[in-house]
Design a protein around this ligand. Sequence first.
Ligand code: GAL
Length: 446
Amino acid sequence: MVQPQPESQADPQADPRRTSESPFPEDFLWGAATASHQVEGGNDGNDWWAWEQQPGRIRDGSVSGDGVGWWSGKAEEDLALAASLGQNAHRFSLEWSRIEPEPGVFDPKAIDRYREMLAAAREHGLTTCVTLNHFTLPRWVAKRGSWLGSGMGDLFSRYVAHTVAELDDGVDLWVTLNEPNVLAYTAYAGHLWPPGARSLRACFKAMRQMLKAHARGYHRARELTSKPVGLVLNMPLFEGHRPDHPHDRIACGFQDWAFNGLLVEALRDGRLRFPLQLIPRTLPELAGACDFVGLNYYGRFEVQFDLRAETPLGRHVQQPTTRTEQTDWGQTCPRGLTEQLVRIGERLGKPIYVTENGLFDNSDTQRPEFLVRHVRAVGEALRRGVDVRGYFHWSLTDNFEWAEGWSTHFGLIEVDRKSGERRPRHSAEVYARICRSNGAWCGDSA
Ligand code: GAL
């Protein structure tokens, strides 16, 4: 088991300790990630825009509004800045509601704007990882019941076919969907994101529909592109509060299964197991339906058995943890990143990209060390033989953080939303050293 390094050894200010045996392959991708609705601005055709207008939905009372100006021209500036900060890749997403504003009606102007962004990425030497759908749905899809509506597989694969055919030239890696598990739990079991269904039945139905749509979208994309197509999963580490206590082990094992395990296994053999499906069944088209896996990793939850908890069978009691009064990203735990990479490698045998990893840290005091320790954790997975091909930090710039609004800052780059000015934080410089040295700057202990 990898032990986190004592704080002093993880100090990014310390002298660089290069190793002649860097575990990072030469073509490793070093980038940051963003998502359309969180940066573009003016996305008034999707379900989130409507949700934000309802009082009380966004914790700080803000709306996505103009975003950080990506749609109106700032994307190019930020991509240039990313490249100047040593990054060689960027992950971003496309807005379904812009590309297909009405059912079956595609907007060539939206495609043109995305072509400009992809061209800018190319011009700056950034490999592109493009997510077809990062949470937001066109309003016309929301009217049909969002992910609970009928025919979602057909609708999604029609959108995928059009988009991949139009934009494939500028894309290096395609992702179908971002984090079906987070979306299902937060928006369908919970009430914080649209449609706020508050129903476990809805949660698992939405998750099944997303998996089916992923499989349909994956096979449709495969007919049109030679680029790898993957799915992004969010997989926190779950551990028992009292590791030897049977009740904590059961609670923790169940949460890990219901959040992480059932999706990994469904992707492996196509089998939808309990509680995803009451009576298990197999979707043959889902088995092995990805060329790579994207892993989003934020932290660790420590589970204490408690039948009255909001989370099934147990409460989350880890300390310290990264949270606001409504959202908990868990305790920073780089070891968990190594463990989830090893797990995906063993269970699925596919190449893996860390497609998100980050923390909200408005003062940027913890982010530099967070970066160093997590990059080491990726290095440790590589040493253990896992085929990890890239790391994308969440996020390039501060952005609209869903139900948290604008008050939780995840950016390597600070944005003054009034003036539009960009100010790279200290962590952006630390990350630049990591990128430029292909990870060697972090030293070689995980
Ligand atoms: C992920 C999500 C991102 C971002 C991040 C930080 O779950 O994909 O869009 O919001 O969390 O909370």
